[in-house]
Design a protein around this ligand. Structure first.
Ligand code: MN
Length: 215
């Protein structure tokens, strides 16, 4: 951690905090049995909350106070002296995006316009899902797998730790968290079973389509 990242105010109790933990879009038990309420409560209330809390402490008095998360992520990416701010801003953003990438009514067939785009880019919906699964499994250590729009085509990319496509020209459409904390209580070392169950039962194609349609 860089010295400038550790200049944390000793008393923050009277300061209105800039970043808030967004509410989950569903109940903590809504993704069972694929993701247990226990996993979701730890993941949201402990991990996600800690990233937001840390970010609030780190940005006080810095140039990044009150900036939109995307601007912080882009502004601190690939700047080692801003690594702590980057990690906590990106992980705050990534988790909010991940909760939206899942739905209790997810899985199944993508909406037709997304399906057509998937067929153009990968050959079939199944080929896209297989690629999401294999890229998730081959990510070494902690990270994320993403469906993105790159130019006119869809792509699957993976990132390490807190990294995400936000600072790039690629538009993120959905993500799956492959940090061990996302699945270890339910699946232990079987990341592939977690990812495949998410793709079959929870993945929110509607959210991907909304992102695809955004200017
Ligand atoms: Mn996570």
């Amino acid at each position: 951690m860089n010295k400038s990242d550790t200049s944390i105010s000793s008393d923050t109790s009277d300061i209105a905090l800039t970043y808030v933990l967004p509410p989950l879009p569903y109940a903590e038990n809504a993704l069972e049995p694929v993701i247990s309420a226990k996993t979701l409560s730890f993941h949201y209330e402990k991990h996600h909350k800690a990233y937001v809390d840390n970010l609030n402490k780190l940005v006080i008095g810095s140039d990044y106070n009150e900036m939109p998360l995307e601007d912080i992520i882009t502004g601190t990416a690939a700047r080692p002296e801003r690594n702590a701010i980057f990690n906590n801003a990106a992980q705050s953003w990534n988790h909010t995006f991940y909760w939206q990438s899942l739905s209790p009514k997810g899985g199944g067939e993508p909406p037709s316009s997304l399906k057509q785009k998937m067929e153009e880019s990968f050959g079939s919906v199944d080929a896209c899902k297989k690629l999401l699964s294999s890229m998730a499994v081959s990510q070494f250590g902690s990270g994320w797998v993403w469906l993105v729009l790159d130019g006119e085509k869809l792509k699957v990319v993976k990132t390490s730790n807190a990294e995400n496509p936000v600072p790039t020209a690629m538009k993120p459409l959905l993500t799956i968290d492959v940090w061990e904390h996302a699945y270890y209580l339910d699946y232990q070392n079987r990341r592939v079973d977690y990812v495949n169950a998410v793709l079959e039962k929870l993945i929110n194609w509607e959210f991907a389509l909304q992102n695809l349609s955004k200017k």
